[in-house]
Unconditional design. Structure first.
Length: 196
């Protein structure tokens, strides 16, 4: 299975608002982070779409920088390393870049987590459907495997006599209906008696 990378992802205005809220909340933003991640996933963002230089990566990085870091930190982030003379400032810049990368990594991990949950839901649906089908098939096999109900000769004859008696009483002018009904009913009752 090949993976297709979509390079045209754009964060919607509503999702952008959720991300801004999450980034401004900082480390205390568990619920706002979840809302932003959910919105991004619903918009179609997937983990494989967040790679260095991709539109999704660039948009997330810009939102993280603009809303989580100060203007001085953003300036330091954008300053080329060779233009910094101080070792301490270079280390600060490296740490800052690591924090930004880590935050973008949070988005990537969140998309992977949501994809796994989605796959688990789909697998559960398939499993439930399969189990339901298997239960139905097992019931059908069990029903088909039941032995046919055996009818005793007495029961078969009793059923035939009963139908005959109902048929002749429904017809007008049948020959000797009273005598036949009386004899037939007695015979019917004898057929239904159980042996002792």
């Amino acid at each position: 299975m090949s993976t297709v990378t979509v390079d045209t992802f754009a964060i919607t205005a509503d999702t952008r608002s959720l991300i801004i809220t999450a980034e401004r909340a900082g480390k205390k933003a568990d619920s706002t982070n979840a809302a932003a991640y959910d919105a991004l996933y619903a918009d179609g963002l997937r983990a494989e779409m967040i790679y260095d230089g991709s539109p999704a990566h660039t948009q997330i990085k810009e939102l993280v920088l603009m809303n989580r870091f100060t203007a001085a930190e953003r300036k330091l982030y954008d300053t080329p390393k060779k233009e910094i003379d101080s070792v301490a400032v270079r280390e600060e810049r490296t740490a800052l870049r690591g924090r930004v990368s880590g935050r973008i990594g949070d988005y990537t991990r969140a998309m992977k987590g949501r994809a796994k949950k989605e796959e688990a839901k789909e697998a559960a649906k398939v499993k439930k459907t399969t189990e339901t089908t298997e239960v139905k098939e097992a019931a059908e096999v069990k029903e088909a495997a039941k032995p046919a109900e055996t009818v005793t000769p007495n029961a078969a004859m009793a059923e035939a006599i009963d139908k005959f008696l109902k048929n002749i009483t429904a017809q007008d002018g049948y020959f000797n209906v009273t005598a036949i009904s009386k004899t037939g009913t007695a015979f019917y009752k004898e057929l239904l008696k159980q042996p002792k």
